[in-house]
Design a binder for this molecule. Structure first.
Ligand SMILES: *Cc1c(COP(=O)(O)O)cnc(C)c1O
Length: 411
């Protein structure tokens, strides 16, 4: 190889880097005005001071998850005081609240920017009149009630299943797919039903993966968590345990020393959480996720694609990049299903595919989750992918690269 060609190659590499930079220049531009939990942290802290003053709470109260639970915001007087919401909106909250319950942890409320009418955090937690007005969709679109061999269990796959340990959450998502189960009251699953679930698992030896969720899997007390994990570990064919919890997003105070000690004693453990917008990825959420990671827990994220909240390729790209910064691996993006009361959030499946198209290649493969729709009647998660295989011949295929170049590939 002569010096000249090496020089030529390097020149081409410079040119190529220039093109690559161009590929993400629009994204980098968008980041300048995109609110994130990190960029907004000082404003969030101001909100927290205001909320603490309102409740006459100390810093120690704020950091105590029992305090956060006890002081969840559930009435419009407090909402009015803390969010500067106008009268008609408050009336809407009251109206919708008569049909679907709501509760917001003080911490999650502090993430809202009160100056923004359609704030992405507010949209997820403050009831909207659209919920009240929506009469379409299904109460149980996943037909969970047809895949429940014993009361607390949902089984849609051969080797793994869900156990619902409670119907309680720190915050009730306005897009919840299980709103029918949320009801009016917080209900821990009765001990006998948990015992029945454990017995079902031990009888079915092909079940090697058990997912504890709800509601929120971390909304039960530490003693029950320790008991469940020990019982599952005593079943020889259970290889891994998982939790589904939104507490790292909505109430990171839940991830306390005692919980982490218990979890560290029951590895291998996988925790999937539910961040939907970069504004939720805060220094406080990072503290909780790092703490879980240090106990040896593997962290994943399940995002729901929501119109007006995150149905934007750049918002999802930033979300996934920020999740990697806090040691959370983007795992799934869900298409929002037809749950009654959530029509205003629904996107087209094509939007999700377009978001995937704008992730692959444009950012770390680690930041690329799988986009799925839940097939009707509990037939399982089904991936929806951009098409990269264009056509195939006898000894070659035509492929489409992430930059949309069609190239021949010998096969
Ligand atoms: C999502 C889900 C699981 C877990 O699915 P993975 O693709 O393995 O993460 C298991 N059981 C049920 C009923 C589910 O809905």
């Amino acid at each position: 190889m002569t010096e000249e060609t090496l020089h030529e190659k390097q020149k081409k590499s410079f040119f190529r880097a220039e093109v690559l930079r161009g590929n993400i220049s629009e994204y980098r531009e968008a980041l300048l005005t995109m609110p994130t939990g990190f960029s907004r942290w000082s404003q969030i802290q101001e909100n927290q001071t205001k909320i603490k003053n309102y409740f006459k709470a100390s810093d120690a109260d704020w950091e105590n998850w029992r305090w956060q639970m006890k002081n969840r915001i559930t009435n419009t007087d407090v909402l009015k005081e803390l969010l500067a919401i106008d009268e008609t909106d408050l009336e809407d909250v009251i109206k919708t609240g008569s049909k679907y319950r709501w509760a917001i942890s003080p911490y999650y409320l502090s993430l809202i920017d009160p100056a923004v009418k359609h704030d992405p955090v507010k949209m997820q937690c403050v009831p909207s009149i659209n919920e009240y007005l929506d009469h379409d969709g299904y109460e149980d679109p996943m037909a969970e009630e047809y895949t429940s061999p014993v009361p607390a269990v949902t089984r849609r796959y051969a080797d793994r299943l869900i156990v619902k340990v409670t119907n309680q959450c720190a915050m009730y998502c306005r897009h919840c797919q299980r709103r029918r189960a949320i009801g009016e009251r917080d209900l821990a699953t009765p001990r006998v039903e948990l015992e029945e679930a454990l017995e079902y698992i031990s009888r079915n030896r092909e079940v090697r993966d058990v997912l504890l969720t709800g509601g929120d899997g971390f909304m039960v007390d530490n003693k029950t968590i320790a008991w469940l994990l020990a019982e599952l570990e005593a079943i020889p064919h259970v290889e891994i345990k998982r939790f589904g919890t939104r507490t790292p997003v909505t109430m990171p105070q839940r991830i306390d020393d005692e919980l982490c000690r218990i979890l560290s004693e029951h590895l291998p453990l996988y925790v999937n959480t539910h961040f939907n917008h970069p504004q939720e990825v805060t220094p406080r959420a990072r503290e909780a996720c790092f703490k879980l990671a240090r106990t040896g827990v593997n962290l994943g994220n399940q995002t729901v694609l929501l119109k007006g909240v995150n149905n934007d390729p750049f918002v999802i790209r930033k979300l996934n990049q920020d999740l990697l910064k806090i040691m959370v691996k983007p795992y799934y993006i869900f298409h929002a299903k037809a749950v009654r009361g959530t029509a205003h959030f629904r996107t087209k499946v094509e939007e999700g595919i377009e978001i995937m198209e704008k992730l692959r290649g444009y950012t770390s493969g680690l930041a690329v989750p799988t986009f799925v729709v839940n097939a009707p009647l509990g037939r399982g998660k089904t991936p929806m992918l951009p098409e990269y295989l264009v056509s195939s011949g006898k000894d070659y295929i035509m492929i489409r690269t992430w930059e949309n170049k069609i190239v021949r590939y010998e096969n």
